[in-house]
Design a protein around this ligand. Structure first.
Ligand SMILES: CC(C)(COP(=O)(O)OP(=O)(O)OC[C@H]1O[C@@H](n2cnc3c(N)ncnc32)[C@H](O)[C@@H]1OP(=O)(O)O)[C@@H](O)C(=O)NCCC(=O)NCCS
Length: 246
């Protein structure tokens, strides 16, 4: 990796190769420290830079710069393209993809000062993380977003209620993000089961979905839960060391 005047570039030799059968997951703190903001700003496209002033609050502006900047720095390194020159498109419901190499699939998630980025050459992926935090409207959220058998599972162990809620939430979100539906499909249209850490999709209403998706839970940091949804069960997930970036 070469860093000059706040511009980040990588040679292909020192950036990890994404081999067949592997998924790379990067966990990055979005705290605007140590020149990170400048490096990320430098990675943004002209259009993204024009969007920045439209975010009303400084923390939202910074979070946008860092999460999009890191996406471009990582994508640029995988594809050996200057980050700001990358072409990122959006599918009809908002899922971003690389126009430079559509076979390099990726998905990102932000929560509570942490962003995770998943990259795969083995088909679409979805990733979602949540910072486990107290929710004043937990009961309402449970009733609104889950089916009766999911609610039974969430409520079965009162001490684990909040954790089970967030686990199920990331399972649903990561699936919705893998198929690219986002919020177009209400989460109570999906039914999942979690048994001994094995997650199964039991039913989907409202969308014809024939892929046999696979779900893997992970914890990107203390007090975080996350789920990665993939198209194959036999992929090796590699947690990448972000320190090689900066
Ligand atoms: C799109 C959606 C999935 C993003 O989830 P989120 O938790 O708000 O935010 P995350 O940080 O995890 O993910 C955001 C990223 O997902 C990606 N994304 C956006 N639309 C997407 C889509 N349709 N499919 C996949 N990924 C998408 C983008 O990279 C986005 O980042 P960006 O806005 O900075 O470009 C969300 O808005 C949504 O539609 N949620 C489903 C509705 C719901 O109520 N779910 C509850 C489950 S119990």
């Amino acid at each position: 990796m070469n860093t000059t005047k706040g511009k980040v570039s990588y040679s292909l030799e020192d950036f990890p190769f994404l081999s067949a059968g592997h998924i790379h997951v990067w966990n990055v703190s979005t705290n605007p420290t140590d020149g990170l903001l400048e490096r990320c700003r430098d990675a943004l496209s002209e259009m993204e830079l024009k969007r920045v002033p439209f975010f009303k609050f400084e923390d939202v502006r910074q979070n946008y710069i860092i999460s999009q900047g890191i996406l471009r720095i990582l994508l640029g390194a995988y594809l050996n393209i200057t980050p700001r020159d990358l072409k990122i498109g959006r599918h009809s419901k908002g899922k971003p993809f690389s126009l430079d190499d559509p076979k390099l699939c990726f998905n990102i998630s932000n929560s509570g000062g942490l962003a995770v980025y998943g990259f795969s050459r083995e088909g679409e992926i979805g990733i979602d993380i949540e910072h486990q935090r107290p929710l004043p409207d937990l009961e309402q959220m449970i009733t609104k977003n889950f089916t009766s058998s999911e609610i039974k599972f969430i409520n079965a162990k009162p001490a684990e209620k909040s954790q089970r809620f967030f686990r199920f939430w990331t399972v649903k979100e990561s699936y919705l993000k893998a198929i690219g539906e986002g919020m177009r499909l209400p989460p109570d249209c999906l039914e999942f089961s979690i048994e001994e850490s094995k997650i199964r999709l039991l039913s989907v209403k409202g969308v014809f979905e024939q892929e046999d998706w696979h779900f893997e839970e992970f914890s990107p940091a203390k007090n975080y839960v996350g789920t990665l949804t993939t198209m194959r069960p036999d992929l090796t997930v590699e947690q990448m060391d972000v320190s090689i970036l900066f």
